[in-house]
Ligand binder design. Structure first.
Ligand code: ZN
Ligand code: ZN
Ligand code: ZN
Length: 382
């Protein structure tokens, strides 16, 4: 008897070969679990017995091509007496020392998680090179066992289920990168990735039909997509999102905050001006006119000392600690790698991409960027 699973790829997985050379081969449930495939460690010969269960398919492979596959549950004796039923397979195995490899494949749908090992370098108009990492979940199954073995397992010479699954996950990451690249070509900036996650999932699912179809794999679902942005980019995304909620630009946003603070102080002049019970609409009308006044006043005050924002280049007051346009802290640090001058709160160099701070993963002890939410090595959240 030869019972085994993906963890047991050596010939010791089963019992001793019988004197007449026949062996019963089956994929035991105890070793099956969530493995998509098991390559039987010993070649198959005439007179072997093959057990095929409800949820699996046995594929016979020799000299770079699939000979046959068995997908109906039964115990098959590979003898010449079976020639009318197993036809081509028996003929292929007949003769001196003829043998074939056998792969078992599970029919069920698998849930998988993918995550990038290497970052995607997104060249953004505003932020320069931004290193992205993507994580997500998907469901997949083998829908064409012949193509799966011929085009995927056989061509790439995969021996274990882990190799196969690893490859499928890598391909998923590449499809996500591909979809991001596609949107970027259409003019999408890095800050628009977050609102486009569902869109990207749909693009990946659609593209996966062509991409995986030729390998006999079907992707049923892509979900839970997460794109890890460097902290400075994430801040800009958050700021913009809150501005969109307010329906105001950043100057109006700040003016509004000043007014709210003033309104909480009943003795203040602004509080009196707004008046008790002033509606939000009235408040915004006033914020609007204040913003206009501020804009109109700018040209008349050229004597005010100014400087350029360390990040976005906007002209801002010389004593400003934060940029009113992009919110960046007005201090600089030097990239230890390329010596580029960078905003003080940068976690990555926008010039060379070097990480400017790092921490250790609690799970695998890998060095990971300080702003990562997931370990790029093992995928654990940190
Ligand atoms: Zn700025
Ligand atoms: Zn650098
Ligand atoms: Zn880790």
């Amino acid at each position: 008897m030869l019972f085994g699973g993906s963890k047991r790829t050596d010939a010791t997985a089963g019992g001793k070969e019988g004197i007449i050379g026949a062996m019963t081969i089956a994929w035991d449930d105890a070793y099956k679990r969530n493995f998509i495939m098991w390559k039987v460690p010993r070649n198959i010969r005439l007179n072997d017995n093959i057990v095929v269960r409800e949820d699996e398919i046995a594929v016979f492979y020799r000299d770079g091509k699939v000979l046959a596959y068995l997908d109906k549950p039964d115990r098959y004796a590979l003898t010449s007496q079976n020639a009318p039923i197993l036809g081509g397979l028996i003929r292929a195995l007949s003769g001196v020392k003829q043998q074939a490899e056998v792969y078992y494949i599970q029919k069920k749908v698998f849930d998988g998680k993918f995550g990038s090992k290497q970052p995607y370098q997104f060249k953004d108009k505003e932020f320069g090179i931004v290193n992205l990492r993507v994580f997500g979940e998907f469901r997949y199954k083998v829908h064409d066992p012949v193509n799966f073995i011929n085009q995927f397992v056989g061509t790439l010479n995969y021996q274990t289920s882990e190799e196969v699954e690893e490859r499928i996950k890598e391909q998923m990451v590449l499809l996500v990168y591909d979809a991001i690249g596609h949107l970027k070509e259409k003019g999408m900036g890095v800050t628009e990735l977050a609102p486009n996650l569902t869109n990207i999932e749909q693009i990946v699912l659609e593209k996966s039909k062509d991409h995986f179809g030729m390998y006999g794999i079907e992707i049923n679902k892509v979900s839970g997509l997460y794109i890890n942005l460097p902290e400075e980019v994430q801040k800009a995304v958050d700021t913009r999102a809150s501005m969109q909620v307010l329906g105001a630009n950043y100057l109006q946003y700040q003016t509004g905050q000043a007014m709210r603070e003033a309104a909480q102080n009943p003795s203040g002049a602004a509080g009196a001006g707004v008046g008790i019970g002033a509606g939000i609409g009235a408040g915004y009308a006033m914020i609007g006119s204040m913003a206009q006044a501020a804009q109109a006043a700018q040209p008349q005050q050229p004597q005010q000392p100014s400087k350029a924002c360390v990040k976005c280049g906007a002209i801002i007051p010389a004593d400003a600690k934060f940029c009113p346009s992009c919110g960046a802290r007005q201090e600089k640090i030097e990239c230890p790698n390329c010596k580029a001058s960078l905003p003080a709160d940068a976690k990555f160099c926008s010039n060379c991409g070097a990480a400017l701070g790092s921490k250790k993963c609690q799970n695998c002890n890998a060095d990971i960027p300080a702003n990562s939410k997931f370990c790029p090595n093992c995928g654990k959240s940190v």
